[in-house]
Unconditional design. Structure first.
Length: 157
């Protein structure tokens, strides 16, 4: 299979996986409540940092009493999202290993520059570019397609 065909097939599969994952999340998680909880949490962190910087002990004690309640709210939101992840984990792992078996270590996409970070690399010279293996290209494609579909479905604030 040609490099262009391989990279487009993997990109399409990564995009479809991202859309499915974010659609499922949007249906199973109360996104409005989730986003509101995270806003409250971020505001709490901001206030807490300010109180630490200013050394306001009274304000710190007040915030520390409020901390457990906020942590419980955040934990509920994270559990809802984790449930969705657990439902999708096995099918996505099966898909990943099937594709890894098909494409193996062959070059499936090209990068204009060399990089090698742990198992992710574009290190095989192919003309003026560097070749990426399946794992590297799939993870990059999944990351970027998930950012886009997450914004579309509102699962990423």
């Amino acid at each position: 299979m040609q490099i262009l065909e391989s990279s487009l097939i993997i990109l399409a599969i990564a995009a479809a996986s991202s859309v499915l994952s974010n659609w499922f999340t949007s249906k199973k998680v109360d996104l409005k409540a989730s986003n509101e909880t995270m806003k409250v949490y971020n505001e709490f962190l901001r206030e807490y940092r300010e109180a630490l910087k200013s050394g306001d002990r009274e304000r710190l004690q007040k915030l520390e009493r409020k901390q457990k309640q906020i942590q419980e709210m955040v934990m509920r939101v994270q559990m809802d999202r984790m449930k969705v992840s657990l439902y999708l984990l096995v099918p996505f792992l099966v898909l990943f290993y099937l594709l890894n078996y098909i494409f193996g270590t062959s070059v499936v996409a090209l990068s204009p520059f060399y990089f090698s970070i742990f198992y992710f690399e574009a290190a095989k010279p192919v003309g003026i570019a560097y070749g990426m293996n399946f794992v590297t290209w799939y993870i990059l494609a999944s990351f970027f397609t998930n950012l886009i579909s997450g914004k579309i479905f509102g699962t990423i604030p």
